[in-house]
Design a protein around this ligand. Structure first.
Ligand code: FAD
Length: 317
């Protein structure tokens, strides 16, 4: 079922959902089931699975030759989605990224998804490879989420690459990313909104936000979206803090602010166990407020560690 229909059917009740990372190469599907099982009691109507672009390293041979070796650390997104649908009978939402795919490969991936009965996709540009300092598009692929979105919308209208006959119309419900604190590359919030609006005008039907820890950022973002004519559901992305290292890593990697009261409380913790408690309690308060203001879904970035999310969901749902 489409995510927009799940939200409609909930008639204003806040839903619970979460995101998983494919396990690192070499783990079994049981790693995924272990990350899902503890959260099924909260009836997630959908589960997202991230996509990870291939990365590369250079290996120096004895001869002096420098060999570029490409590898993918977390393969398996599409197969994991199929396993989730099969085992749990809930909608699986694969993330679809520009990086690492030619348009031809994207089309084939979308055909696979459609054959598997997947109704929703989250369309993204994707992160830069760790070895690159910024995002480099794949030759023959897409540079922005808008370009990838156009390809998915074309297929929804029966237009495939190099096909001029009456082709089957896919019916993907498309989500895109939104950034309450601005995407780090956008020169200003206004420009970022311009592209978000473009994504929605092109056919995106829901937005999932980057994590935030200050609900006023989400409230302002929703207000600005509505003022800009963006009227699709805006699903808040939420990440419980579980370690003191995240005081530095989250702002650095995700370009978000941590509120002063949260960062002070973590600074004052005497152990990592205490940090985890502070992170969970903070998020319970944050989630209660989000439910009160009518967030359609609370969507948790679990990093495939279900326990903190379970504690929060127990307090909310
Ligand atoms: P875009 O919408 O393409 O925007 C990128 C930048 O370009 C922005 O600054 C925007 O303002 C600007 N821009 C947008 N369109 C245009 C245009 N047409 N012309 C010029 N400028 C433009 N990364 C992964 O690799 N895998 C994942 O599974 C993944 N899941 C994510 C899930 C969520 C909910 C979020 C919020 C992020 C996720 N990311 C993931 C990270 C995401 O890929 C990065 O934040 C990336 O840098 C931007 O992706 P985007 O889709 O927002 O890009």
């Amino acid at each position: 079922m489409k995510i927009t229909d799940h939200i409609k059917n909930a008639k204003g009740k806040t839903l619970f959902s979460f995101e998983l990372l494919p396990p690192v190469k070499g783990k079994s599907i049981q790693a995924i089931y272990n990350a899902i099982d503890p959260l099924m009691e909260f009836n997630p109507p959908f589960i997202d699975v991230t996509y990870h672009r291939e990365d590369y390293i250079y290996k120096q041979h004895e001869t002096g030759l420098l060999e570029k070796i490409s590898y993918r650390k977390r393969p398996g997104t599409v197969a994991i989605c199929a396993a989730i649908i099969n085992k749990y009978k809930v909608d699986a939402v694969p993330h679809l990224i520009c990086g690492g795919f030619t348009k031809e490969e994207t089309e084939n991936a979308l055909i696979d998804l459609q054959f598997l009965g997947i109704d929703n996709v989250l369309v993204l540009r994707g992160d830069a490879r760790h070895a690159d300092s910024s995002f480099i598009p794949t030759p023959g692929g897409h540079a922005y989420a808008t370009d990838l979105l156009e390809q998915v919308m074309n297929m929804n209208n029966g237009r495939y690459l190099h096909e001029d006959h009456d082709a089957f119309k896919t019916d993907f419900c498309i989500g895109v990313a939104g950034y309450p604190e601005k995407h780090f590359e956008a020169p200003n919030l206004k420009t970022d909104f311009k592209y978000l609006k473009k994504k929605v005008d092109m056919g995106a039907e829901f937005i999932v936000t980057q994590m935030f820890f200050d609900n006023s950022k989400y409230v302002d973002f929703v207000k600005k979206c509505r003022e800009n004519g963006i009227n699709v559901p805006i699903i808040p992305g939420l990440k419980p803090i579980t370690s003191s290292k995240q005081l530095i890593s989250l702002p650095k990697v995700f370009h978000i602010d941590l509120p002063e009261d949260l960062s002070e409380a973590i600074h004052n913790c005497k152990s990592e166990a205490e940090v985890k408690e502070v992170g969970i309690e903070f998020m319970i308060t944050q989630c209660k407020e989000l439910v009160k203001i009518g967030a359609p879904v609370l969507h948790f970035y679990t990093m495939s560690n279900p326990e903190p999310t379970k504690r929060i969901a127990q307090a909310i749902f």
